[in-house]
Design a protein around this ligand. Sequence first.
Ligand code: GRF
Length: 194
Amino acid sequence: MKRVAILISGGGSNMLALVRDIGQGGYATPVLVASNDPEAKGLEKAAAQGIPTAAVDHRAFPNRESFEAALAEKIDAAQPDILCLAGFMRILTPGFIRRYEGRMLNIHPSLLPKYPGLHTHARALAAGDREAGCTVHEVTADLDAGPILGQARVPVLPGDTENSLAARVLTVEHQLYPQVLRRFAAGDRTPILL
Ligand code: GRF
């Protein structure tokens, strides 16, 4: 049974989608939900599901490395086999990534390699794209550039705003990430295209 830790920064809707699928599929067990923000609403949601939580406030540390050392301590105490970044909004150093490379996933709200980084929906709208979507990939030292494990597409509709597009993409994030995690937990890295 794979042990899964999930890192969040905000509402945790992707975390919840993963936790629900894990509960239905019985293919893994959630061992920790951790956040860089003690106020992240996702922490309450995880606790309500009976999942151990941890908050490591990045603002309480003098630099990225000391924050990541404290975060890694919490993660390693949970002894996860897989680490899922789900709406986690901190850039991770290569040193941190090396600790978990090969078993760390992330979901990014664009069809990578288009629009790595931030403001993905605004950039897709500005470019006049007819479709948008999300990507689940393995995390490597190259930001948003690791091996792609899944992608889901949505149409861009006339009159779309950043918010309406983000909401449409979020619905397929919640479909894609659990499917990728199931496959990844089974040792299968064949990409899923929705
Ligand atoms: C969403 O914008 C999603 O596209 C990205 O992180 C943000 C927050 O997601 N992955 P969540 O609700 O905290 O999972």
